[in-house]
Design a protein around this ligand. Structure first.
Ligand SMILES: [Zn+2]
Length: 315
């Protein structure tokens, strides 16, 4: 009677504790996670491609011409890997048992078995810290992109429930832009904020219409450098603080609708004098006032031709 005895291959321990890194060669880097856009897929492919080239050169071993896809990785591991390994059983790192997305396939040189390990364990095989950094960075980027894709979905769902809001949020008012960002960030905004967006847009449209009316009639007055005296109606006074102190903006309009401005250090509200030069009252919007000033510039602002005066005096 004859018996055929097959020599059982020696059981190889690929676990972390018993490992000699020199006994393995890196075959390919891999990514087992998902991507949520073509751009992300391209970013993963490009990183894996670069790493693959590096390892192929360093190992002088290129049994594959490119990084393997998920299905190929699993097929290769099933064919040559350890049957009771962790990747075969649970899809986790053969080396330490942790879950991972970025990792590597290593070939055990003597048995030709392959093990699939996560990117951190890959360090034990001296694949280089640059590779680990690049994978870590890309994984963070993919996470951020996946989160923002999720937020975009929630935002779109909210917009679908509010007629005209998507269009209204394109408004250029800074508060509208702010609310728009909040919607992107939190996925919803309050009813009050929705109403405010529409109100601010309406106010802005009204203001634009008013500006257009003024722009249609306003022309430049005098010539630059000329000292002129004008009969004007005060329109508004405002001021802002800057690096060189307070700047006052005093806006007037003449009978023809020409806009005349003094922008500078003089607050013209306090230039109400009578013919004798005595202070009589402060100037309020709507008041008629005779202003003498030097034409400093002709300039267009919000489509309105404006004559800018310097060294203004009233009488
Ligand atoms: Zn591991």
């Amino acid at each position: 009677m004859t018996t055929t005895a097959t020599a059982k291959p020696a059981r190889v321990n690929h676990l972390k504790a018993a490992l000699d890194p020199a006994a393995y060669l890196c075959i390919t880097p891999l990514y087992l996670g998902s991507v949520s856009s073509d751009e992300q897929g391209d970013a993963v492919d490009s990183l894996l491609g670069d790493m693959f080239d590096l390892f192929a050169e360093a190992n002088k071993l290129a049994p594959y011409s490119a990084p393997l896809g998920n299905a190929e990785v699993r097929a290769l591991h099933a064919e040559r890997g350890i049957a009771d390994g962790r990747f075969a059983k649970k899809g986790t790192c053969d080396h330490c048992g942790a879950a991972f997305k970025f990792g590597y396939i290593f070939e055990h040189v003597t048995t030709k078995q392959v093990i699939v390990v996560g990117r951190t364990c890959g360090q034990d095989f001296a694949v280089g810290s640059k590779a680990l950094l690049a994978m870590t960075r890309l994984e963070k980027g993919l996470k951020v992109a996946a989160e923002s894709a999720k937020r975009a979905k929630v935002r779109a769902a909210f917009l679908a429930l509010h007629d005209g809001l998507a269009e209204a949020l394109k408004g250029t008012h800074s508060i509208v832009a702010d609310i728009n960002n909040k919607l992107t960030q939190y996925g919803s905004i309050s009813a009050g904020q929705v109403a405010l967006v529409h109100k601010l847009n309406a106010q802005q449209a009204e203001k634009a219409a008013r500006n257009a009316e003024v722009a249609a009639v306003s022309n430049y007055v005098g010539t630059v450098g000329e000292r002129i005296t004008l009969e004007l109606t005060a329109q508004f006074f405002t001021s802002f603080d800057g690096m060189f102190g307070t700047t006052y903006v005093n806006r007037f309009v003449d009978a023809a609708g020409n806009v005349v401005i003094h922008k500078g250090s003089v607050d013209m509200r306090y230039m109400g004098y009578d013919a004798a030069g005595n202070f009589v009252a402060s100037v309020c919007p709507g008041d008629k006032v005779t202003v003498t000033g030097t034409v400093k510039a002709h300039a267009e602002y919000n489509g309105i031709k404006q004559t800018l005066l310097s060294r203004p005096k009233t009488k």
